[in-house]
Design a protein around this ligand. Structure first.
Ligand code: SF4
Length: 712
C-alpha cells in the first residue's frame, strides 16, 4: 500500500459545534467535517471526517488531514502574548495591551528615525484571503511601507510568472480538478503528489508520465518515469518539443488559431536534437520519444508542473518550456486537456492574488499600474500617491534585514523563514540583527522563538475565512471550534496595531466585513471576486474566479474560447537551457535536491507537534544510492553531515536505489536542509534555487558532535 487514507482515533479538543470546513494544510484544501464533543464544553472530542461534496478529495483525506484536530488541542499552543525585556532576556508572558503598545511604539520610533521602509512585513501562503488582503493593506496604509512579501514567493512564483507571460492569467489549474481524470495522459513534472497531496491520486486515472530525479511514490505508479538529472527539466522540455515538432505531433491548426510566436519557438528548439537533450538530462532518447507519443496520442492530455520544476533560478523559463510543449500539442483551453501548476500551500493561490506580494494589489493587480493604484486607493480611502511602490522580493527582503539598506523591524504572519528560507542560517543572522522582530503564530516556531514579541493567534477551525484552492475555487473555511481564551485572530491583531498607528478606521476584525471590502477592491481585476459571497460559496461548494457579478456563474475553464491576453491568443515564448547556478565540483561533488514527506507540511511547525505524524517521520534524513553509501563508507542509520558552501546539516543516512548515484535528497521539514540551499534567484520570478545545489556528505564526526552538544 502506497499511501495511508485510514482514520486514526478521534482527538481531544474544545468543541464549539460541528461544521463543514477545509483542511488546514495544502492547496488541495480537502473538505472535512469537524464535529462531535459536548457542545461548547472545553475538553470534548473532535471527530474529523472527510466531506464527499468537495470534488478535490471526494471522501478522502491524507494522514495530515485525519490528525489535524490535534492542532486545536495540542499542548504546544500559545495562549498568551510573549515579549522579552531585551535581546538576551527570555520571552515572558505579557498582556495584549502591553504587547501591541510595545510593537506600535517601536514601529513609530524606527520609522521616525529611519523612514517608512525601515519596517517590513512577511506573510504566508497559508493565510486566508481576508488576512492576506488585510496584511497588504496594513503594510501600504497603516505602515506606509513598500517592504512586504511572503513565503509564497518560495512556492508559486515561477509558475505564476510563466503563466502570466503565456496566458495573461495565473490560475494554478485553469480547469476543475475533475478534468484531470478526463485526460488520457498526464505528464507530471517535478511533483510527488503521493506524498504531498495523496487524495489527488484519485484524479490520475489514465496514462501517467512522471519527470523526477528520484523513484518517488508517484513515479512508482507511472506508465513512464523520466529520471532527469537535477536542474535539467528545461532541457528535457526543449528536447520533447523538438521531437513533437520534427516528428509531426504538433497541432498546427490549433497553433494557427489560438497562439502567437510559434515560429520563434520552433527555431529556438531546432538545435535541441534528442541526443543533445539526452546528454544534458540523462533521459534516454527512446523514453523521450515514448513520452511525446503518449501525450500526443492520448486524445486529451495535460502537463502539470510542481516545485521540482519551478524552484530553480530558471524556474519561470522551465515552466514556459512546458507551456510551449502544451501549446504545440494543442492542449490549453480544450476540455480534459491543458497545462496546470499544482499549488503547494493551502492558500498559495489566493494568497498571491490580494496584495501581500511585493508587486501586487488586490484582484491580481500590478502595484505599478496607475489605474490599479487609483482603483484600490479609492476603496481604501487614500490618495493613490500615498501607496508605496513595489518592494523587495522575499529573499531579498530577508537578506537585507538589519543592514544599511534594509528594514530594521520585521512583522511575520504565518511563516517560519528560519526553517523555510534558503540559506537559512544567514536568514537567522539577519533576523538577529533587527531592532524588532514580531511574530504572529499559534505555536512557538523556530522564527517565533527568536522574536522580541510573539502574538498568539487563532487557527483554521477557530475562525471564518475564505481560501482559494489549486483550481482557483474560492472556498469557505468555517469556524467549528471555540478558540482558547487568550488568543486573537490575525485580523484583530492588525486592527489593534492599526489603531495604535493612527488608523482607527478601515481595519475590521470581522472576516465578513474584510471579505466584502476585498470583493470591491478586486472588482475589475484579473482575479475578480466581486460576485463571490460567503452565501454563494456555501450554496455552491465553492465559486471559481473570476466572478464579476453575483449572477455570474464563476469561471471553471477560463481559456475555452480565448486567452485573457490583448489579442485573445496564448503566447509561445522562446527560452533556452542554462546550467544550474551551482554545479558539482571536487569540493562539493553531489547534487542535493529537497522535497516533502507524507507526514509533514512545509516547515513542520504544525505537523512536528502532532505525535502520530512525528512518529511516522521523526527526524531529518538524507537519502543516497547504495553505490554512493559504499564509496563514503556509510550504512543505513549512520549519522552524516551534509555541507554546502552556505552551511551544514546533520541527518540520518537512508540508502535507496531510487535515487541517482550523483544526487542526495533531504526533506525540508526540519531545520537543516535549507541551511544548505542556494538563494540564487530567478531573474523574472525571484524564486530561489531550492531544488539543486552542490554538497558533500561525510560521516558525522562524533567528537565534533559531542562538542556541539556541550555548547548547545
Ligand atoms: Fe487534503 Fe492536503 Fe489536507 Fe492532506 S494535507 S488532507 S491532501 S488538504
Amino acid at each position: 500500500m502506497l499511501i495511508s487514507l485510514s482514520p486514526p482515533a478521534p482527538v481531544m479538543s474544545p468543541v464549539h459545534r460541528g461544521e463543514a470546513t477545509h483542511c488546514p494544510y495544502c492547496a488541495l484544501q480537502c473538505g472535512m467535517n469537524v464535529s462531535g464533543g459536548t457542545g461548547g464544553t472545553p475538553g470534548g472530542t473532535v471527530t474529523i471526517t472527510p466531506r464527499h461534496d468537495v470534488p478535490a478529495n471526494a471522501g478522502a483525506l491524507c494522514q495530515k488531514g485525519w490528525t489535524a484536530g490535534e492542532l486545536l488541542a495540542g499542548g504546544a499552543r500559545l495562549t498568551t502574548p510573549l515579549a522579552r525585556a531585551s535581546r538576551t532576556s527570555p520571552l515572558e508572558p505579557v498582556s495584549w495591551d502591553e504587547a501591541l503598545d510595545r510593537v506600535a511604539s517601536a514601529v513609530r520610533g524606527i520609522q521616525a528615525g529611519h523612514g517608512r521602509d525601515a519596517v517590513a512585513v512577511f506573510g504566508g501562503g497559508g493565510l486566508t484571503n481576508e488576512k492576506a488582503y488585510q496584511l497588504g493593506k496594513f503594510a501600504r496604509v497603516a505602515l506606509g511601507t513598500s517592504q512586504i512579501d511572503y513565503n509564497g514567493r518560495f512556492c508559486m512564483s515561477s509558475a505564476a510568472a510563466a503563466t502570466n507571460r503565456a496566458f495573461g492569467m495565473d490560475r494554478g489549474l485553469p480547469f476543475p480538478i475533475t478534468d484531470v481524470a478526463e485526460a488520457g495522459a498526464v505528464m507530471l513534472v517535478g511533483g510527488n503528489v503521493a506524498e504531498t497531496m495523496p487524495p489527488f491520486l484519485r484524479h490520475l486515472r489514465n496514462t501517467l508520465i512522471v519527470v523526477d530525479p528520484r523513484d518517488t511514490r508517484t513515479a512508482a505508479r507511472a506508465t513512464l518515469h523520466l529520471r532527469v538529472t537535477p536542474g535539467t527539466d528545461l532541457a528535457l522540455a526543449l528536447g520533447l518539443l523538438h521531437i513533437a515538432i520534427t516528428e509531426g505531433h504538433a497541432d498546427l491548426d490549433y497553433v494557427a488559431a489560438r497562439t502567437t510566436g510559434f515560429e520563434a519557438v520552433r527555431a529556438s528548439v531546432a538545435s535541441w536534437w534528442p541526443e543533445r537533450a539526452e546528454r544534458v538530462t540523462g533521459v534516454p532518447v527512446a523514453r523521450m520519444r515514448e513520452a511525446v507519443r503518449l501525450l500526443a496520442g492520448a486524445g486529451t492530455a495535460m502537463i502539470l508542473t510542481g516545485r521540482g520544476a519551478e524552484q530553480h533560478a530558471k524556474g519561470a523559463d522551465t515552466v514556459t518550456a512546458y507551456i510551449n510543449l502544451a501549446l504545440a500539442l494543442g492542449l490549453p483551453g480544450r476540455p480534459g486537456s491543458g497545462y496546470g501548476c499544482l499549488t503547494g500551500q493551502g492558500n498559495g493561490q489566493g494568497g498571491r492574488e490580494h496584495g501581500q506580494k511585493a508587486d501586487q494589489l488586490p484582484g491580481y493587480r500590478s502595484i505599478a499600474d496607475p489605474a490599479a493604484r487609483a482603483h484600490v486607493a479609492g476603496v481604501w480611502g487614500v490618495d493613490p500617491g500615498e501607496l508605496p511602490g513595489p518592494g523587495r522580493s522575499a529573499y531579498e527582503l530577508l537578506d537585507t534585514l538589519g543592514t544599511a539598506e534594509g528594514a530594521r523591524a520585521l512583522l511575520v504572519f504565518g511563516s517560519n523563514p528560519v526553517v523555510s528560507a534558503p540559506r537559512a542560517s544567514h536568514v537567522a543572522e539577519r533576523l538577529a540583527a533587527l531592532d524588532l522582530l514580531v511574530v504572529s503564530d499559534f505555536v512557538l516556531s523556530e522564527t517565533a522563538a527568536m522574536a522580541d514579541v510573539v502574538l498568539p493567534t487563532t487557527q483554521w477551525a477557530e475562525e471564518h475565512g475564505t481560501m482559494t484552492n489549486l483550481e482557483g475555487r474560492v472556498l469557505l473555511r468555517r469556524q467549528a471550534v471555540a478558540p482558547p481564551s487568550g488568543v486573537r485572530s490575525d485580523l484583530a491583531i492588525l486592527s489593534g496595531l492599526a489603531a495604535r498607528l493612527g488608523r482607527d478606521e478601515g481595519f475590521s476584525s470581522d472576516p465578513g466585513v474584510v471579505f466584502d471590502e476585498l470583493r470591491r477592491a478586486s472588482a475589475g481585476g484579473v482575479a475578480d471576486y466581486s460576485g463571490i459571497t460567503y452565501e454563494r460559496i456555501a450554496a455552491e461548494t465553492g465559486v471559481f474566479w473570476p466572478a464579476p457579478s453575483k449572477d455570474h456563474p464563476g469561471t471553471p475553464r477560463p481559456f475555452l474560447d480565448r486567452f485573457p491576453t490583448p489579442d485573445g491568443r496564448a503566447r509561445f515564448v522562446p527560452v533556452d537551457h542554462r546550467p544550474v547556478a551551482e554545479d558539482i565540483d571536487d569540493d562539493y561533488p553531489y547534487y542535493l535536491t529537497t522535497g516533502r514527506v507524507l507526514a509533514h507540511y512545509q516547515s513542520g511547525a504544525q505537523t512536528r507537534r502532532i505525535p502520530e505524524l512525528n512518529e511516522a517521520a521523526p527526524e531529518a534524513y538524507v537519502e543516497l544510492h547504495p553505490h554512493l553509501a559504499e564509496r563514503l563508507g556509510l550504512a543505513p542509520g549512520d549519522m552524516v553531515t551534509v555541507s554546502s558552501r552556505r552551511g551544514s546539516a546533520e541527518a540520518v543516512a537512508r540508502v535507496t536505489r531510487g535515487i541517482r548515484h550523483d544526487t542526495v535528497f533531504m526533506p525540508f521539514h526540519w531545520e537543516g536542509a535549507n541551511r544548505l540551499t542556494n538563494p540564487a534567484l530567478d531573474p523574472v520570478s525571484r524564486m530561489p534555487e531550492f531544488k539543486v545545489c552542490a554538497v558533500r556528505v561525510e560521516r558525522r564526526d562524533p567528537l565534533a558532535a559531542g562538542e556541539r552538544g556541550r555548547g548547545a
